[in-house]
Design a protein. Structure first.
Length: 370
């Protein structure tokens, strides 16, 4: 076997030190890296106090007036965890408003932001876009013309800060951690609301933070990100109904503890396959299972062999459906791969370094192509 060392082995280092140095951690930072604390979580104010204030004011005003608001749920695991975190958090504070006035929009395909829901958004007094939306400039202006404020909690790079939306974004502010995803920004926004309201609800959602950061593949070299991922996956912080049930259901693969690797292989892919291959109804079901006030509702059973009138917990149904969708996706993926392998063999393409295959529509399921 041929291999090349990233760096020469230093006999003064133990294995952990050598590995961390190879991964780009400075020797002097290793002790700190291995012993992170809550002091490594940045202050939400680093995201920009003006914008945080404006966002909190717009949100509180909407709730006080009992006006309707819309959350746009981004189409991946970071987007789902971001939106679930905010809805759960607000439900702790304002349950009646959340249950009656707060709607969420789940994209049908892989769209982001307002492109497929701008007309729906016009019916609300406030629109929140999580894990997306920073550069939807024309849509911001359109809603601003209608006097509808927009709050964006995002981590994607954008050309500029929109003049027509309240943008909270670590890439567009002085926030020191750039390896932070939508759910991290949402968590920080809730921490800020906690500080305004004298509450401590945000820290109940650390498992969602850990899952979103992991699924979005944020670098563990960031001390804040690493701290929140390890803290969020601690046994005592596994509280979200979806994550808790996934962990028990997949305990054979995950072991008795969720590790970042375990979450990346045995939890996040179930959300992503659902987003890609699930029906609209199935996606709604999965997202609902992340909401504390919906997850334990009794719903009509869809279990094989169920009798009329049988019920089950929403979260149990969601986990079963997520498993089915995942196997369905793996099957289509395998079938698609067979089609490609056949084409490659038939056309003797293996001598090329890069292969680009032009497919007829329908030759490979469109949800797995690309
Ligand atoms: Mn994201």
């Amino acid at each position: 076997m041929k291999y090349k060392l990233i760096k020469p082995v230093n006999s003064n280092y133990n294995a952990i030190t050598q590995i961390l140095i190879n991964r780009g951690i400075n020797y002097n930072d290793i002790y700190h890296y291995l012993h992170t604390t809550d002091a490594d979580i940045n202050s939400p104010l680093e995201l920009g106090e003006e914008n945080l204030k404006a966002a909190a004011a717009a949100l509180i005003q909407c709730i006080k007036a009992e006006n309707p608001a819309l959350i746009v749920v981004d189409a991946d695991a970071d987007g789902y965890t971001s939106s679930a975190l905010l809805i759960n958090y607000l439900h702790d504070l304002f349950p009646a408003w959340v249950e009656n006035k707060l709607d969420y929009f789940i994209h049908e395909g892989k769209q982001h932001g307002l492109s497929d829901c701008i007309e729906i958004a016009e019916n609300y007094a406030l629109v929140l876009i999580l894990d997306a939306g920073s550069n939807d400039y024309p849509y911001h202006e359109h809603l601003a013309d209608l006097n509808i404020p927009i709050i964006i909690l995002d981590h994607h790079e954008a050309e500029k800060i929109s003049e027509y939306a309240i943008v909270i974004n670590n890439q567009l502010s002085e926030y020191p951690n750039k390896d932070f995803s939508g759910v991290g920004i949402t968590y920080q926004f809730c921490k800020y609301l906690d500080s305004l309201l004298g509450q401590k609800y945000a820290d109940q959602y650390l498992d969602l933070v850990a899952l979103g950061l992991t699924a979005d593949m944020m670098s563990m070299r960031s001390i804040e990100t690493k701290h929140l991922i390890l803290k969020g996956f601690k046994q005592e912080n596994i509280q979200n109904p979806f994550i808790y049930s996934m962990a028990s259901h997949n305990s054979f693969s995950l072991g008795d503890k969720i590790t970042p690797m375990g979450a990346a292989f045995y939890i996040a892919p179930y959300i992503n396959s659902m987003v890609r291959s699930g029906t609209q109804e199935e996606k709604e079901l999965l997202f609902s299972s992340m909401l504390k006030y919906k997850a334990f509702l009794k719903v009509p059973s869809t279990k094989r062999g169920h009798k009329p009138g049988d019920t089950e917990r929403l979260v149990d149904q969601a986990i079963r459906v997520a498993n089915n969708v995942k196997s369905r996706q793996t099957k289509t993926q395998d079938e698609g791969l067979k089609v490609l392998e056949h084409l490659i063999e038939e056309r003797h393409l293996l001598d090329h370094k890069v292969l680009l295959l032009l497919l007829e529509p329908g030759q490979v399921d469109r949800n797995i192509a690309g």
